[in-house]
Design a binder for this molecule. Sequence first.
Ligand code: NDP
Length: 411
Amino acid sequence: KKNVLIIGAGGVAQVVAHKCAQNNDVLGDITIASRTLEKCEAIVASVREKNALKVDGKLEAHALDAMDVEATKALITKTGAQIVINVGSPFLNMSVMSACIETGAAYIDTAIHEDPMKICETPPWYANYEWKRREECEKAGVTAILGAGFDPGVVNAYAKLAYDEYFDKIESIDIVDINAGDHGRYFATNFDPEINFREFTGQVWTWQNNEWTSNKMFEVGKEWDLPVVGKRKAYLTGHDEVHSLSHILKVPTVRFWMGFGDHYINVFTVLKNLGLLSEQPVLTAEGQEVIPLKVVKAVLPDPGSLAPDYTGKTCIGDLVKGVKDGKEREVFIYNVADHKEAFEEVGSQGISYTAGVPAVAAAMLIATGEWDVKKMANVEELPAQPFLGLLNKIGLPTRIKDENGDRALEF
Ligand code: NDP
């Protein structure tokens, strides 16, 4: 058993807390810490309401500014946390990682570190922050698992599985993320609008034919025909896992495609062209200084409020092409998740569910020792089977579609 400290109290943290509670025979005492204590307390209450704790154990809420390394270290020590699941905003990664390295606790996150002042980093993104600390982790014997959500995260494990089991040589990996859900609002983002829009205002970096290629957002689109969600258009998008997979698995082409409807693109384009997605302050005629992006965020629905009415499914997977036994082949390894089922189980929508469940699976594998590697690792550096096998059991089953049909994968 290993005690867990969850950092953040947003949609993903809500899922992580529920799943840790459902598995607290492997994980031990659970602490949820974020900037706003009331949000942590609401998560604790929601876990208790569903009677989610598998066995008797501690479940506590704490206020914490996770940018404060000393305060984070003190909380790790006080709670006896041996694993920290960082699902706060991506600006916190480096501070939380410092606290883990200095206390010896294992570290897990679900997104790459971001500097609030930089809109687009030079690739490979991990080299700008996390990978600079690889040696430090190894010296301290600290397990740090990077990007253990769905994408990045599970899609990296799908790539690793394909690499180990299904191909002698991989030519390309196309990760496709389709949210065919409907929240019923005119316009909303599925997570923090500031983070969401940042993803689409910078350059789109992809790894094609062994070199970094840059495009503009919504410049390259393609219609996909995927299981369950059917025909959907997705656009080449910059994403964390392109930066680690290209480097670690040394595949010539790695691309990420995200599905968008025309309505989302129209609204986004108007907001962007008007300057309403800018982080630079502007002065109103009355002499008031406002940051347009903050105003847009304030008027949009709170992403958490979308969950109760969200219906429909997500389909996220890796289309992998290459050669096996001298023959060209392609496989699509994927998961389908359901927004309503996620809400009924843990009180969050499907996007938060797909991100939070894998982080808990990673924590469980650290607790059992299978992933307790005592160094920094991206998911594709770790054995995929134990991770995907556990996900089959705890809510995110893997399927495969290839020349032998479409079927569930058992591990
Ligand atoms: P939210 O914006 O809903 O939550 C972020 C949380 O971080 C908030 O509770 C916020 O606290 C907290 N926080 C921010 N600053 C601090 C601080 N200084 N100290 C302590 N807490 C702080 O995000 P989500 O739950 O939607 O996402 C969480 C993470 O998961 C993000 O990094 C996101 O990028 C990642 N993600 C990964 C996915 C994947 O598949 N890999 C998919 C979706 C998300 P407060 O509310 O009090 O302000």
